[in-house]
Design a protein around this ligand. Structure first.
Ligand code: GLV
Ligand code: MN
Ligand code: MN
Ligand code: MN
Length: 408
């Protein structure tokens, strides 16, 4: 079998769910997500690798090297944000498959050191959390941080549950989960540091504290013309003030110590001639320092009480998707530095403000998290871009990391 190059496969997968301006739209458990899963399955099965799907839709390709041994797992996610970029997640899964293919080929040719472990590649379910919140769902269930039964009942904005959506695309699995010896993930940086410094590889050493606030603003539905201004309890006006406060509270901290946004809003009943009765919105708060997020959250909750009183509204706010900041193991960072030296590729330590499946896996397995440069630091948009040569260097790097993890 001729092996298509990594770049050929990367550009092929980018056609699945392609959007007009070079992005992709492949939200979790949609027809487009199913198509990427079929592509993943075909890649594995044409090489004779076993494919498994677990109870939350995580998809594994298993390369048997040492019967009965646990697995060195490589991967990331093939789902995307709505109108997302084609690199976020997909790069890491396709890089993992190609790294595994190279390693499997050198074992078959008998020119590789004897491994201690098996090798596997994973496409985690619903890393993005755009359709089904919380994000990082599949890997968090795998790591035992989230409850599978509870996550299967999470619903999208149209009322479809994770269980129903996975079943509809044929990916509600029940296969046994592989036992993991180590995890390695490569991803685009989604920031500007590597590009600015001209360094091809980032070895991630820590992740930011992140949390969301799930906010429900309840007012009273009424006629936009016939209701006296003094009689209105406008949920959308209250929501607008909450959104503005999220931004203003963030501005009270030194620049870039805290980042925040409200990126999702649902409005009922959503008619130009009806004062809104209910708005649901989600605020996302992130900082290196947990205390900063908690202080901002407390200021926001106090302001929400004032907005309630001023407009005669009821506002419920609930902490949601809280992720403590954490450190990646020093052993993995040192391994990355050794690989950088052996391949003659520069690397630097870097932290992540974005969430990754490795944040969950880091809780249960020795984890290596790698970045390649992003152009202009943009992500979660169609303009997201990384260069072919940087992607190719990252695949070489991941392959060498995996080889070293396999011989342990
Ligand atoms: C999702 O992509 C996140 O960064 O949390
Ligand atoms: Mn990602
Ligand atoms: Mn993402
Ligand atoms: Mn992410």
């Amino acid at each position: 079998m001729t092996t298509p190059s990594f770049l050929t496969d990367f550009h092929r997968v980018a056609e699945i769910g392609a959007t007009p301006n070079h992005g992709v739209d492949r939200q979790a458990a949609t027809a487009e997500d199913r198509e990427t899963r079929e592509w993943f399955r075909t890649f594995a099965q044409t090489r004779g690798w076993e494919v498994r799907v677990d109870g939350i839709g995580n998809q594994f390709a298993l390369v048997e090297l040492v019967p009965g041994a646990p697995y060195v797992l490589l991967g990331s996610h093939l789902d995307s944000q709505p109108l997302g970029g084609r690199f976020d997640g997909a790069y890491g899964v396709i890089a993992g498959l190609h790294a595994a293919d190279r390693i499997a080929n050198s074992h078959a040719a008998g020119d590789a050191a004897a491994p201690r472990f098996n090798l596997a590649v994973v496409n985690w379910f619903n890393e993005e959390g755009g359709r089904f919140a919380p994000s990082i769902m599949g890997s968090s269930v795998f790591a035992g941080i989230m409850d599978e039964a509870e996550m299967l009942e999470v619903r999208d904005l149209r009322g479809v549950s994770v269980r129903e959506a996975l079943d509809q695309i044929g990916y509600l699995g029940s296969d046994a989960r592989p036992e993991i010896a180590a995890y390695a993930e490569i991803h685009i940086e989604q920031g500007r540091i590597l590009e600015r410094e001209g360094i091809p590889i980032g070895a991630v050493d820590s992740s930011w504290y992140t949390q969301k606030l799930d906010i429900e603003v309840l007012g009273e539905q009424s006629h936009t013309g016939a209701t006296l201004m003094s009689d209105r309890h406008d949920a959308l006006l209250g929501a607008a003030k909450v959104i503005q406060r999220v931004h203003e509270v963030t501005d009270q901290f030194p620049p870039e110590t805290l980042v925040s946004s409200v990126g999702q809003l649902t409005l009922e009943p959503n008619s130009p001639i009806v004062v809104a009765r209910r708005v649901h919105l989600v605020a996302d708060l992130r900082a290196d320092d947990e205390a900063v997020v908690l202080a901002a959250r407390d200021r926001l909750l106090a302001d929400i009480r004032l907005i309630e009183a001023e407009h005669g509204l009821t506002i419920h706010a609930r902490d949601f998707d809280v992720r403590a900041n954490q450190h990646y193991p020093e052993s993995g960072i040192r391994l990355s530095e050794e690989v950088a030296a052996s391949l003659g590729l520069g690397a630097r330590r870097i932290r992540t403000m974005a969430g990754h499946d490795s944040v969950a896996m880091n809780r249960i397995a020795p984890t290596v998290m790698l970045f390649i440069p992003s152009v202009d630091g943009v992500s979660h948009c169609e303009r997201e871009f990384s260069r072919d040569e940087d992607m190719a260097a990252g695949v070489d790097f991941l392959t060498e990391v995996a080889r070293r993890l396999l011989t342990g």
